[in-house]
Ligand binder design. Structure first.
Ligand SMILES: *Cc1c(COP(=O)(O)O)cnc(C)c1O
Length: 361
């Protein structure tokens, strides 16, 4: 799918996405629909391509982080609800009506700013039930309703975000249930105050997998849709056959022979313990490859064999020891995430090697 001149690229598997979406749909509580999270370019998979595929499966609601992301999706032909989950600055507010986006009321101040414009912006109210990141605090709900009554805003939903649904400890499980209880109460009070929000939603990937009984009209699923969870442990615990939808590959740009004792890369970090065949790959930390994979922490697949990353990862290049692979030449394809010749590198393993979670990778 890529020309030989391409340095590095991702491959997005539509089949894997469809498989995951079908699997997750099978887990939805009654009356609940998918609202896939397409923020950050659909976690790096390409938001337009992901949205197109999901629309083909009948998905009619999406969420993004910013109004700019929402506008870009509209421009690529995405229909249905597009909920902007995050903060929208003054400059971007016109995008909401221009592209028929739904804005989250992230706090009282946000509600005032939107109301002051006097435009019929669609909104979902975020309720802070315990994450304390965004959302209207419960003691401010009546004030919010009073404000909304005199504004032309169209309140179409109310939601909250679970911050510990992936946890197994009794503290995390109790906190999640408490968040859900606070949310139910908030919805009740909003309705009692005449704020007839139609849709409610609170499940993310972990919420859907572990607390489907909490229900709602939408499940805002991100990471699971892309075929993984944050860590290996979570993935094995969920018991779903999710398929990673992303592969990351890079071109071998140059191959050389090092004599035993010669060094390579910045800081002379790698010293060849034997005569070594070294390949340079056309990918580096500016491409998003975590520098923490340096010095043997990470590896790649070449010709179906594992080759360790050696020395320090550079801005746009990376060295790998291909002595044991054999026959590596400039122009070959290295796999950093994904499958090659029956072997595979899972994004969760890369995340663990880099000291982070699969979402960030
Ligand atoms: C990112 C995000 C989601 C999706 O979370 P996943 O864990 O990837 O499923 C859902 N809701 C909100 C508010 C988010 O920010």
């Amino acid at each position: 799918m890529c020309e030989r001149t391409t340095r590095a690229w991702i491959e997005f598997s539509r089949e894997a996405l469809r498989h995951n979406a079908a699997l997750l749909r099978g887990r939805l509580p009654a009356g609940c629909e998918l609202m896939p999270a397409l923020k950050a370019d659909a976690y790096g998979h390409g938001a337009a391509a992901v949205a197109r595929e999901l629309m083909g499966m009948g998905v009619r609601a999406f969420c993004v982080a910013t109004a700019q992301e929402g506008a870009a999706l509209r421009e690529s032909g995405v229909r249905g609800v597009i909920l902007v989950l995050g903060y929208t600055g003054e400059q971007d507010i016109p995008l909401l009506t221009r592209h028929d986006l739904t804005q989250t009321v992230v706090d009282l101040d946000c509600a005032r700013r939107l109301a002051d414009r006097g435009e019929p912006v669609r909104v979902h109210i975020a309720v802070d039930t315990g994450m304390h990141r965004l959302g209207v605090r419960c003691e401010e709900l009546e004030q919010l309703c009073a404000l909304l009554r005199s504004a032309p805003l169209r309140v179409e939903g109310v939601f909250t975000h679970l911050c510990a649904a992936d946890g197994v400890s009794s503290r995390e499980r109790a906190y999640t249930r408490a968040q859900a209880a606070v949310f139910r109460e908030a919805v009740r009070r909003l309705r009692a105050a005449g704020c007839a929000a139609t849709k409610t939603h609170l499940l993310n990937s972990a919420g859907l997998l572990h607390y489907p009984e909490l229900g709602g009209d939408y499940a805002r699923v991100g990471i699971a849709l892309y075929g993984t969870l944050s860590t290996r442990e979570e993935l094995s615990r969920c018991g779903l056959e999710l398929r990673p939808a992303l592969s990351l590959r890079a071109r071998v740009s140059s191959v050389r022979l090092l004599r035993r004792g010669e060094c390579a890369g910045y800081g002379m970090d790698f010293v060849a313990p034997r005569d070594t065949v070294l390949a340079a790959l056309a990918i580096g930390y500016a491409d998003g490859l975590p520098r923490a994979l340096s010095g043997g922490a990470g590896g790649v697949l070449l010709h179906g064999c594992r080759a360790p990353i050696v020395g320090r990862i550079c801005m746009d290049q990376t060295l790998v020891d291909v002595t044991d692979v054999g026959g590596v030449r400039a122009g070959d394809t290295a796999t950093l995430i994904g499958e090659d010749g029956g072997q595979s590198i899972h994004v969760c393993d890369v995340a663990a090697q880099a000291g982070t979670i699969a979402n960030e990778i």
